[in-house]
Design a protein around this ligand. Sequence first.
Ligand SMILES: O=P(O)(O)OC[C@H]1O[C@H](O)[C@H](O)[C@@H](O)[C@@H]1O
Length: 541
Amino acid sequence: MSSLEVVWSDLVRHRQELSDFNLRSAFAEEADRFERFSAEMDGCLTLDYSRNRIQDKTLMLLENLMLQSGVAERYAEMKSGVAINNTEGRSVLHIALRGSVDDDLVVDGQAIAADVNAVKERLYAFAKGVRDGSIAAKDGKPFTDVVNIGIGGSDLGPHMVTAGLAAYHDGPRVHFVSNVDGAHMGDTLKVLDPARTLFLVASKTFTTQETMTNARAAKEWLVAALGDDAVGDHFAALSTNKEGVEGFGISTERMFEFWDWVGGRYSVWSAIGLPVMIAIGPEGFEEFLAGARSMDEHFETAPFRENLPMLLAALGLWYRNIWACPSVAVLPYDQRLEFFSAFLQQLDMESNGKRVRRDGSDILRASGPVIWGQSGTNGQHAFYQELHQGHDIIPCEFLVAAKPTDADQHQHELLLSNCFAQVEALAFGRTADEAKAQLEASGKSAEEVAALVPHKVFPGNRPTSLLFYDKLTPKMLGRLIALYEHKVFVQGVVWGVNSYDQWGVELGKELANKLAPAVKSAERGEGDPAILDRLKAYRAK
Ligand SMILES: O=P(O)(O)OC[C@H]1O[C@H](O)[C@H](O)[C@@H](O)[C@@H]1O
C-alpha cells in the first residue's frame, strides 16, 4: 500500500474511534475546544471549527494526508508556472493578478507581472473615466448604467462581488445579464435608456453561445435607438480573444485582455472584475486584491493548525471521504452575500466535480461534494428543517460579520443571534428528556407529551464551521474568495484531479448547438424526435 493509502486507512480507522463522539459531551469535557480548534488571520477573520467531529488526532492525520498528497509541492509547481492544467496544457496563475509588479512569476519563460500591471492600469483608467464622465456616451453625457454580459466565470464572480460590496458603490448602476433566455436581457433593458447605457461583453473565449447571443441582442437594441455609430462608445470587451472582439465590432482600444492561464472561475481578479471597478472605484478594487493577496501569503506561510484554507479543505475531505457526506451547505448571514454559494458552486463543483485523476485513472473515491446554500436568515425558513432533523448529515459553513457595513445595528444583532443560535442548535440539538420537560412545562398531557417527544428531538452532533469576520469590506471579500480558491486547490490535489479544466460542460454545449436548427423549425431532426414532435404541437396551439 502506498503511504498515501496508509493515511486514508488510518483515517477510516480513526473514524471508528470516534463512533461515540458527541459534540455535547465534547464541549462539556473539553473547555478548551474553541482555543484548540479555531484559527485567526490578520486579527479580523476567525475560523471556528470547534463544532466538528474531530479531535487532535483527526487533524494530525489530515495534516499527514496533505503532506503525503504533495499539496505544498503542487503549489510550488503552480507558482513556478508549470502547466498544472495538464489536459489543456496551461499554467494556472490567477494569484499573479493580485500579486505585485515585483513578483517574478513566469509563464513560458516570460515574466507576467508587467503585463498584468499594464492591463490593470488601463482598466483603472477606463473605470475612472466611466465614473467621472470623461468616458462618455455618444451624446457626450455620462453613463448612468453599465450592463455586464457574460456567463459562468464571466458573470458569477463579478456579480457576486458587486452585490457583496453594495455598501461601497459610488459609481453608475451595474446590471448583469447571463441567461440565454431572452427574458433576462429583455427585463434588464426594459428599465434602461440606450443613450445612458454602457455594455461590457465579458467572455474569455468570446465564443460562448449565451454571451454572444445576448451581446448581439444588446447591439441591436442600441443601434435601433442610437444608430450604428453608437457601438464604439457604448461597448467594451473583456476577453482573451482579440480576433473575436474585433469581429464583433469592438475596437482593441476598448478591449481589456487577460490570459489563458486565468481560469474562468478564477477570473474576477482580472479584466473580468471591471464591473466591480466601475461600481466601487479602483481604490476599492485594490483593497479587494490586497485582501486576496493577504490570504495567499497566509496560505503559503501559516502552519497547518492555523491555516484557514488547509483546515477548511481538511474538514471537507474528512466529511466527504470518511463520513460519506454528499453535500456541504454554505450559509452566509449576510444579505449582500446572497450569490456567494452560487459563486462557490462553480468554483468548487466545476473544479473538483471530476471522476478521473490527472493521469486519466479512476479516482476510486468520492471527489467534490454538492455545494449549495442561501443567505441567512432566509434559508432558516426554507431548508434548515432538513439540516436539523433530516436523514443526511450536511456539514455547514456559516459566515457572518461582527459589524454591519451600513445597516441597522439592532437588526444586525438579530442577524448575529440567529446565526449563533443555528450553530448551537446543530451542534447540541435537544434530547428527549429536554423535549419532554419543555412539553410538560407547557401543560401538555402525558399522552400528548409521549406523542410529540420524537418529533421534538434534535439529534444535534451536526458539524458546522463558522467564518467570523469584523466587517464585509472589499479587503475581507477578497480574503474570503481566495480562502475558498485555496481550499478547492488543496482538495483537488488530494483527490489527484485537474481542478482547472471543465470537460464536463462541453457535451451539453455541443448538443445544444447541434439541436438548435431542429428546434428552430420544430421539425424532426437530430435528437429525440418525440420531444420535437411535442414542441411542434405546442407551438401550433
Ligand atoms: O468566459 P467564457 O469564455 O464566455 O466562458 C464562460 C463559461 O463557459 C463555460 O460554461 C465554462 O464551463 C465556464 O468555466 C466559463 O466560465
